[in-house]
Design a protein around this ligand. Structure first.
Ligand code: PAZ
Length: 307
């Protein structure tokens, strides 16, 4: 059962018009899976909270979407079917290697008086591998990418995907790497039009309300038989592990992966109610292109097997 706060959220922030399409895509994707294939929902990127109904301004949550996109890729390679719920225009599995300025990807080759742009030699193999992998994932129906932008879309999609995945019970894994806003402005409190500045206004005061803790409802009623892994991001290392533990006590799920903003690419802690295990990459690992998500995902896959 959802609590009053969650029910109020869904009433005050009505379902996006795209929800039915998302539900159909997810159900079709689940139907295409062999019976022995596990399915993971990977959430990625940050949610956007509008300040106006006709939105000009918004508050955004930090996330480059790297963790989610890289993890989705490693889950695909581990044989999982991946539902990738990602922030629109954010990083995507396999394609992520080509994000960034085009000058870092292409180089100008001159022959005589003519010249043309070509992919850099060092990236040619990466491009081939990415395209091969994408083709393979497509043939095997192993990857479904679902974009969201706002907090409201994210929450509705999360609930819908979870309810669709209920039928595969413990074969479902939730890997919640998205950075989800803790505060929002409910639609009835939101300005209809662009908030005006002008004479006499020397400050802007906003009242935001806490977003219900949907992880509780995911664990208790949307996906009670699935393995649920959440992430915790902090900037103060003195509170990181305590905050991760508090989440485990509060929501009763299986694992929190804790990380600090400044070191998230090289260090994470796997936190359970009775253990903390740190994983650190060395400078050499980073120089050699080792990605921490490779290790994180293989640990999560082991945990899922053992569950
Ligand atoms: O997207 P990214 O690779 O830049 O960062 C990943 C992350 C730090 C957003 C993720 O690892 C995480 O901790 N997500 C949960 C954030 C939170 O505490 O809400």
């Amino acid at each position: 059962m959802e609590g009053e706060d969650a029910m109020r959220f869904f009433i005050e922030n009505p379902a996006p018009s795209t929800l039915v399409d998302v539900e159909n895509k997810v159900n079709k994707f689940i139907d295409l899976q062999p019976k022995d294939r596990n399915i993971v929902l990977v959430t990625s990127g940050g949610t956007l909270v509008p300040l106006e109904k006709n939105m000009v301004r918004y508050i955004d949550n930090f996330s480059a979407g790297n963790r989610g996109a890289a993890s989705a890729e490693y889950f695909c390679k581990s044989g999982y079917a991946v539902i990738f719920l990602y922030r629109n225009y954010g990083m995507k599995p396999f394609v992520r290697h080509f994000e960034g300025p085009w000058t870092g990807i292409f180089t100008k080759k001159s022959v005589g008086s003519s010249s043309s742009w070509e992919i850099k030699d060092s990236l040619r193999n990466v491009l081939n591998n990415s395209l091969e992998n994408l083709e393979l994932m497509n043939e095997r129906n192993q990857l479904l990418c679902l974009p969201y932008t706002t907090l409201t879309e994210y929450v509705w999609y999360l609930r819908t995907v979870a309810e669709c995945l209920k039928c595969i019970r413990s074969r479902a894994l939730f890997y919640l790497a998205a950075a989800v806003s803790d505060f929002h402005i409910p639609s009835q409190d939101m300005s209809e039009h662009k908030i005006q500045s002008g004479a006499g206004k020397d400050k802007l005061e906003l009242t935001m309300r806490p977003v219900p803790k949907f992880l509780r409802y995911l664990v208790d009623s949307w996906a009670p038989e699935a393995l649920i892994i959440s992430f915790k991001l902090e900037t103060d290392e003195n509170i990181l592990i305590d905050k991760a533990r508090t989440a485990l006590h509060r929501y009763n799920h299986q694992l929190v992966i804790a990380n600090l903003l400044s070191t998230r690419r090289r260090s994470v802690a796997f936190v359970t109610l009775d253990s903390v295990a740190w994983l650190h990459l060395s400078d050499e690992d980073l120089r050699n292109g080792v990605e921490i998500e490779d290790y994180i995902v293989s640990r999560c896959v082991q945990l899922h097997k053992a569950a």
